[in-house]
Design a protein around this ligand. Structure first.
Ligand code: ZN
Length: 53
């Protein structure tokens, strides 16, 4: 299992905090590419642009 995913298992408290803040700041996540947005409007625009087809 040496596929370089070890860094995902070990998560420092600082990384946890950063991810929490990111999710708190940008609660609207695109379910197609996991990108995050501050506003629902941005997510809608992103979807229309990137995943329109
Ligand atoms: Zn997307």
């Amino acid at each position: 299992m040496a596929d370089g995913t070890e860094s995902q298992i070990i998560e420092t408290p600082e990384e946890r905090r950063r991810r929490f803040l990111l999710e708190f700041e940008r609660p609207f996540k695109c379910e197609k590419c996991d990108e995050r947005f501050k506003k629902k409007k941005y997510l809608r625009e992103h979807k229309a642009e990137v995943h329109s087809y």
